[in-house]
Design a protein around this ligand. Structure first.
Ligand code: SF4
Length: 356
């Protein structure tokens, strides 16, 4: 579909007018010029709603006011602060990038899109956000909000998760960008997507693009944007055995190659289906204890993007340590557990069961 230059100009002007006069979205990183803080906010907000990310942004900027502070921080302290945000690879890459910027770039953020893109954990969206917000580079940001606004406004039905669709939207976003006002334009389109052209129930009556919008005229709002791939969700069954000995808990650290890398957890038995305590005991516990001593305390279900984690929490009191020779772990006093970084589901369990 051909989009005329006149339509593109109207889009950009209408958006700019709305941003200057009606955009009331207020977030602490808006208007920020420090590339470090912009980068932090963008990494925190990937896969995370602004309201949920806000306290993390404030905590990180308070604990680590500059990239140099973050670069020299203990991994454990950074992971503990990240606790609850999920997608821990973001945190791992963030630390790696902070250290590269300090060592290879003398603590100064690169100021071009291409150089930013070369850093770990920085993809096209984040590189464009830093380049435009911090350095006024004329690079268009394209996130979920932008895809939604553009596909609806111009009636584009190319899948936003296809290679050709991504290229088409990126080119269009770039054509709409006023080169001398990229930061404000990028902020405006993202804010419009977040507050007006929302996924469900967009506020078309108060939208500055309503006169242009193909989706409203053709009743396509619910169909657009289009995604071609369905996310396949895998169901997993975690059984945590929380060994207790004299007010201590047996803790291990998760390894690379799976969710929650580097975070801590009690002894885990993963099964292919829901499994009764007696079967867990017989098949998976290399321990000489009475099966009845395994006590189910609670259950939880956590939905991640590609996985659903069904968790059962058991406790097992260990009286005689001579019978206990589990590998790869150590005893942690229950009062010290809060100093370790755990996945969200375990933090909730410990809080609800008075360990924290
Ligand atoms: S008119 Fe409605 S559907 Fe179209 S861009 Fe505005 S909010 Fe979105």
């Amino acid at each position: 579909m051909e989009i005329t230059t006149a339509a593109k100009n109207r889009f950009t002007l209408s958006l700019s007018h709305w941003h200057q006069n009606y955009n009331v979205r207020n977030l602490p990183w808006k208007g920020e010029k420090d590339p470090y803080k912009i980068w932090l906010s963008e990494i925190i907000l990937q896969q995370t709603r602004a309201a949920q990310g806000l306290p993390y942004y404030l905590a990180f900027t308070h604990a680590f006011p500059t990239v140099a502070h973050l670069a020299v921080a203990d991994d454990a302290d950074v992971f503990r602060l990240w606790q609850g945000l999920g997608y821990y690879n973001r945190c791992k890459n963030m630390l790696a990038t902070a250290r590269i910027i300090t060592s290879a770039h003398h603590g100064v953020f690169p100021n071009t899109y291409i150089q930013l893109l070369a850093l770990k954990g920085i993809g096209p969206y984040t590189a464009a956000a830093i380049a435009s917000f911090a350095f006024n580079q004329p690079v268009a940001v394209v996130d979920g909000n932008v895809y939604r606004v553009l596909s609806r406004c111009f009636g584009i039905d190319s899948p936003i998760d296809s290679t050709s669709g991504k290229k088409l939207f990126a080119e269009l976003a770039q054509q709409l960008l006023p080169p001398d006002n990229s930061a404000a334009h990028n902020q405006a389109i993202m804010d419009l997507g977040a507050t007006v052209c929302t996924p469900a129930l967009p506020k078309c009556d108060s939208c500055p693009l309503s006169k242009l919008c193909v989706a409203t005229k053709s009743d396509l709002i619910r169909q657009l944007p289009i995604k071609s791939k369905k996310i396949i969700v895998k169901e997993r069954f975690f059984n945590y055995i929380i060994f207790q000995h004299n007010n201590n808990t047996w803790i291990t650290q998760r390894q690379a190659g799976d969710i929650w890398e580097n975070l801590h957890e009690p002894y885990l038995i993963e099964t292919k289906q829901p499994t009764e305590a007696i079967a867990l005991y017989k098949d998976n516990l290399p321990l000489n204890a009475h099966p009845n001593s395994l006590k189910l305390i609670s259950k939880s279900k956590q939905k991640l993007t590609h996985q659903v984690i069904n968790t059962c929490f058991y406790t097992l009191v260990i009286n005689d340590l001579s019978q206990f020779n589990m590998p790869n772990g150590w005893w942690v006093n229950n009062s010290e557990l809060k100093k370790l970084a755990f996945p969200k589901t375990l933090v909730s369990f410990f809080k609800n069961n008075l360990y924290f």
